[in-house]
Design a protein around this ligand. Structure first.
Ligand code: NAD
Length: 272
């Protein structure tokens, strides 16, 4: 538990859900948190709540798809605190529907936030961590980063890339004393399902059919931090994520066959 005390941590996507949970839990364990989000007001509320509870936090308005803004935040944080110990590249957005109904703009926005957002965070903080000789980059992937998942194909594409980026960089980074982990949660009860883009899908119908077993974002954050303490390469969060991952590895044919039911189910949610 002590490993986070007085440590400097940036969390992106900290205004809501898993990022908010991470910001609170890190501060509770004594870290100084920079809560960054495109929703600057939401980030301020989270930082304010942490301060009100006796923790140390400040807010930053940040669009992770903007490389120079991410670079600026990292430089400012390093200047203010003298170092950065943890970088949680967590911000993400969702999209659901049939690829046949999507356009390039749909793909681009998801890739810009979920993949380029992580790359921007890595490229900004990694050289600094190498100079420091320590640091831990924690990227938020997803269970869909570990196994195929139709109906959210651009999202799955970015999350599989984030898993590949993280697990591959990990071996390079360890030679410089820098750690890299990727968190792969299953279904977590957050705003992402109401804020995501539904392409030719009836939002209400889809929301009604969300799985009932969603984990709270606070519990998810605690599991992620436990994995960070253990320096796990892949932090799988939730039994559903674990099942997906293992089923796909052990029975890939059966897993892909079962994906047909997801395609059928989501097509039943089509609007119009
Ligand atoms: N909720 C789940 O079931 C689940 C499962 C696996 C992985 N994830 C991943 O967890 C991460 C957090 O998602 P969540 O479920 O907490 O969703 P959320 O919608 O509750 O939180 C996401 C936060 O990211 C912020 N954000 C969006 N675009 C941004 C941008 N361009 N720059 C900076 N901030 C931005 C949003 O304002 C929001 O505060 C995402 O990467 C998501 O893909 C979520």
């Amino acid at each position: 538990m002590k490993i986070f005390a007085e440590k400097i941590a940036i969390v992106t996507g900290a205004a809501s859900g898993i990022g908010q949970g991470l910001a609170h839990e890190l501060a509770r364990r004594g870290a100084r948190v920079v809560a960054a989000d495109i929703n600057g007001k939401g980030a301020e509320e989270v930082a304010g709540a942490i301060q009100a509870g006796g923790g140390q936090a400040r807010a930053a308005s940040l669009d992770v798809s903007n490389d120079s803004a991410v670079q600026k935040l990292v430089e400012e944080t390093a200047r203010e605190f003298g170092r950065i110990d943890y970088m949680f590249n967590n911000a993400g957005i969702g999209i659901t529907g049939d690829v046949k109904d999507m356009n390039l703009a749909d793909w681009r926005r998801v890739i810009e936030v979920n993949l380029w957002g992580v790359i921007h965070g890595v490229q900004a903080v990694y050289p600094l961590m190498i100079r420091q000789g320590h640091g831990h980059i924690v990227n938020t992937g997803s269970s869909s980063g570990l196994a195929p998942w139709p109906s959210v194909v651009p999202y799955t594409t970015t999350k599989q890339a984030v898993v590949g980026l993280s697990t591959s960089l990990r071996s390079e980074a360890e030679t410089y004393g820098v750690r890299v982990s990727v968190a792969c949660p299953g279904f977590i009860n957050t705003q992402i399902f109401s804020s995501m883009k539904y392409v030719n899908i009836d939002r209400e119908k889809a929301m009604r059919e969300l799985p009932f077993w969603g984990m709270s974002p606070d519990k998810c954050a605690r599991i992620i931090l436990r994995g960070v303490e253990k320096n796990k390469a892949i932090i799988v969060v939730g039994w559903d994520a674990w099942l997906m991952w293992h089923n796909y590895r052990i029975f890939p044919g059966a897993y892909i066959w079962a994906n047909r039911f997801i395609v059928k189910k989501v097509r039943e949610q089509k609007s119009g």
